[in-house]
Design a protein around this ligand. Structure first.
Ligand SMILES: *[C@@H]1O[C@H](CO)[C@@H](O)[C@H](O)[C@H]1NC(C)=O
Ligand SMILES: *[C@@H]1O[C@H](CO)[C@@H](O)[C@H](O)[C@H]1NC(C)=O
Ligand SMILES: *[C@@H]1O[C@H](CO)[C@@H](O)[C@H](O)[C@H]1NC(C)=O
Ligand SMILES: [Zn+2]
Length: 435
């Protein structure tokens, strides 16, 4: 965490001070790469000042302490909850008290789902209480629950092959973990695929590379025209056990009860603050993280850390008395966990100004010690990014990785704006984040 925010700020700040958006679009550049390179090199002292203040100076713990206060005070911040709106109001005040500019809230409509009471018990071949967490947006079971035989599959392909066995059963997915992006498809589409072949519920092995008997919740989506069935995640241990039992030919029966409910959509806000640009105030470098979380943790890592290092980026620039040429805009998204809901509405509202967005950044893959940044943009922009990152040599964090993407900034990246989510490549196991 401490290591991350200065990195973030240094890069953002330099982008915002220096090389404008024209350079990203081939052919429009008025400046040679050599000129840009020299300008970037001129920021060496600025980069060092930011690094010193953030890593060694009096603000070395600030972001952590600010975040600790919020998560300890408010707790979880599920979309549609009072906690989330309380956190938004606190952040609105925090950003004003911090002396940032143009602090305001932008209204959006977000989903409101509550998990209620939930339980699952394996009743055959022996009694065993399963640890479960309902998946976001799942329907509940009837009050008396569902009791049904289990069909264990290891993949969607196996489910298709055994489709005739699925009717009336609870499908248990025991998909192996490969990488988050691939394996999370089972959580996202598991209920829909099971319902298509007539299952009455689905239980999905938590999308994680290791486990201490902890189920992981997260987003799942129903599909129009496919019956909605209750769906929850189970632990890796229980998924493996039921897979072993099934392969021995044992019959497995589960009793599942879920009190989940979806309420009408409700009002919420994206929280915005800025440091206005001195020369091109209408041009924007956007830094962001999401303020909402799931309901079963404090949301400190996902994504309190990302939201707070984004805030810290602006704080440090302000504290050093620096004023970028372009506007640095902080956005704390709402309802990311429900599928980038706040970010999607922000994009719809602001896309008319897309030509003014120089760079969009998001921190939402954990706040660990990074080795570099991910980047999506033209080859020219990448070359410039590498120059910018060379300013972080004092920290040995200079790599520029490919294929940047992030739920909240993909709208902009797909429309051609250079994108830069945080990469955390020294921490290989980030799969326990509940996206
Ligand atoms: C930051 O926290 C560390 C560890 O708790 C402590 O040793 C250090 O003095 C703190 N720094 C500041 C500037 O408060
Ligand atoms: C677009 O940018 C202009 C100039 O900065 C600003 O006045 C206007 O409010 C922006 N519109 C939106 C929808 O953000
Ligand atoms: C710098 O980081 C690389 C990994 O990116 C590592 O292999 C190397 O040992 C580090 N060097 C120092 C001096 O920390
Ligand atoms: Zn997240």
């Amino acid at each position: 965490m401490r290591f991350l925010f200065f990195l973030f700020v240094a890069v953002v700040h330099l982008f915002s001070l220096g090389s404008g958006k024209a350079i990203y679009k081939s052919g429009v550049s008025q400046r040679t790469f050599q000129e840009i390179k020299e300008e970037i090199a001129n920021y060496e002292d600025v980069a060092k000042a930011i690094i010193n203040l953030a890593v060694y100076g009096k603000y070395q713990n600030r972001s952590y302490e600010r975040l600790g206060l919020l998560v300890d005070t408010v707790g979880p911040r599920l979309s549609g909850s009072k906690n989330l709106e309380k956190a938004i109001q606190i952040m609105y005040q925090n950003l004003q008290q911090d002396g940032l500019e143009n602090v305001h809230l932008e209204q959006v409509r977000i989903p409101h789902w509550e998990r209620g009471e939930e339980s699952a018990v394996m009743v055959v071949p022996r009694i065993h209480k399963l640890a479960i967490l309902g998946l976001g947006g799942s329907i509940g079971t009837p009050p008396e629950g569902i009791t049904a035989e289990v069909l264990v599959v290891a993949s969607f392909v196996e489910l298709q092959r055994r489709a005739s066995e699925a009717r009336g059963k609870i499908v248990v997915y025991n998909q192996p973990y490969t990488d988050y992006g691939k394996t999370v498809q089972y959580r996202e589409r598991g209920a829909v695929e099971a319902a298509k072949v007539g299952a009455v519920a689905s239980l999905i092995r938590s999308v994680a590379s290791f486990s201490i008997y902890s189920p992981h919740t997260g987003h799942q989506g129903y599909q129009d025209g496919v019956p909605k069935i209750p769906t929850a995640c189970i632990t890796i241990e229980d998924a493996e056990m039921m897979s072993r039992m099934a392969s021995r030919g044992d019959k497995i029966v589960i009793h599942l009860k879920m009190g989940a409910k979806t309420y009408p959509d409700t009002d919420s806000f994206n929280t915005v603050a800025e440091i206005t640009g001195s020369k091109y105030p209408e041009e924007v470098v956007l830094v962001s993280g999401h303020l909402d979380s799931w309901d079963v943790g404090q949301g400190a890592l996902d994504d309190g850390g990302g939201a707070f290092i984004s805030w810290e980026a602006l704080s440090l620039v302000k504290d050093l008395g620096l004023r970028p040429k372009r506007t640095l805009r902080l956005v704390l998204w709402t309802a990311e966990e429900q599928g980038g809901v706040g970010a999607s509405q922000y994009y719809e509202l602001h896309k008319a100004n897309i030509s003014k967005y120089s760079l969009v950044m998001e921190a939402d893959s954990g706040t660990f010690l990074p080795t570099g940044l991910q980047f999506t943009g033209s080859d020219k922009a990448r070359a410039i990014m590498k120059e910018v990152m060379s300013l972080l040599q004092p920290l040995n964090i200079t790599k520029v990785f490919n294929d940047a993407e992030g739920t909240d900034i993909n709208f902009w990246i797909q429309a051609g704006v250079p994108g830069l989510p945080m990469g955390n490549t020294q921490q290989p196991e980030i799969s326990y984040l509940h996206h």
